[in-house]
Design a protein around this ligand. Structure first.
Ligand code: SF4
Length: 348
């Protein structure tokens, strides 16, 4: 099989992305030039990019390294401080895993990020593709990667049948990814194939006319770009409805409590919630403060998780008693889930 690496690397030298903030120390597109990438920056960016696009990640990345410039600063930070800088990026287990990983590296590796793939894969939240990308980009080690962009490119290039959520399809894609990965300039190739997926071989309307691997691409030749990757077999997402209680005191502050580490929005600060029924809402309010009274309902918020949709009905409750736990809405120093931010914005 002809590897796509040669035309891809040629294209990357001219058109690839060379000025992303985590690439700052490896700014030269040519092999052997520039400084090696900072593995701390590469690791952070790879974790942030797992579920999120580059355009969104850039400002979060810059902000994160401003607050936690190195592994030691991240390991020594409180979980609340880490989650506060992550708030809005979603998939909060990623932030908790970053924090845990920084502490493991300080304790078990004397503060030096490991450069062995098995050791990197054993760290929390790092799978084979992410470990490969971290070591390829930072140390130019010879590893294949298979993130969402690469899955899309290879599915189209080879017209791979089946959805990559299925074990057989995933196995086939890994085999192809390994066959295409070159022994030299591995770091540039890793960046190049991610760039191809992100900029030309995009989810909709791929720009095949400018694609460097067009010649060997099966989907281009058969005009089947829209069919690959094959879609995930459809399942209707169930919905769940809850009430969120916005207890507000006379000073206009709201009551927030820290969620358990496990489960949705783990470790973030959120509003009290209960079953969405009038009886349960009243019972919950009275348990909190017998003198509290419902003020009004706000517009419902729909929030989609991978496996279900959550419908949140916000209820504003006036609390005359001055119970501790109230926080000023406009100077929150803790991380809150995106739907809670949306609800609090409705209070203005
Ligand atoms: S030719 Fe089109 S479909 Fe094929 S890899 Fe390039 S951009 Fe993707």
């Amino acid at each position: 099989m002809n590897s796509i690496s040669k035309p891809l690397l040629k294209w990357f030298d001219q058109h690839g992305r060379h000025s992303l903030p985590w690439q700052a120390s490896q700014s030269s597109p040519q092999e052997g030039q520039g400084n090696p990438a900072n593995i701390y920056h590469v690791w952070l960016s790879e974790i942030m990019l797992q579920q999120t696009q580059v355009s969104t990640v850039i400002s979060y990345f810059n902000n994160f390294i401003h607050h936690f410039p190195n592994l030691l600063a991240l390991a020594n930070a409180s979980e609340d401080a880490v989650l506060a800088q992550w708030a809005g990026l979603g998939y909060y287990a990623r932030a908790r895993n970053l924090h845990k990983t920084a502490q493991i590296i300080m304790q078990d590796y004397h503060g030096v990020f490991p450069d062995n793939i098995e050791q990197v894969m054993a760290l929390p939240g790092i799978g084979e593709s992410t470990a490969g990308a971290i070591l390829s980009i930072s140390h130019n080690q010879n590893h294949a990667i298979l993130d969402g962009n690469v899955k899309r490119v290879l599915s189209r290039y080879h017209q791979v049948k089946g959805h990559y959520g299925q074990a057989q399809t995933l196995k086939q894609l890994w085999a192809l990814a390994k066959q295409h990965t070159p022994n030299t300039r591995n770091n540039d190739y890793t960046q190049a194939i991610m760039d191809l997926g992100a900029t030309l071989c995009t989810r909709s309307n791929p720009d095949c006319s400018r694609c460097p691997v067009q010649q060997g691409c099966q989907s281009y030749q058969h005009n089947t770009q829209d069919e690959y990757p094959n879609p995930k077999p459809k399942k209707n997402k169930p919905s769940r409805s809850i009430a969120m209680l916005i207890y507000q005191n006379k000073q206009g502050q709201v009551y927030l409590e820290k969620r358990p580490t496990k489960g949705i929005w783990g470790g973030l600060w959120s509003l009290k919630e209960c079953e969405d029924s009038p009886e349960e809402i009243i019972r919950t309010i009275q348990q909190f403060d017998v003198s509290a009274r419902i003020n009004r309902m706000l517009a419902p918020i729909k929030h989609s998780f991978t496996h279900y949709n959550l419908i949140i009905n916000p209820v504003v409750v006036d609390c005359p008693e001055n119970i501790c736990g109230f926080q000023p809405i406009h100077q929150l120093k803790v991380g809150t889930p995106t739907p809670v931010n949306k609800i609090l914005m409705q209070l203005d």
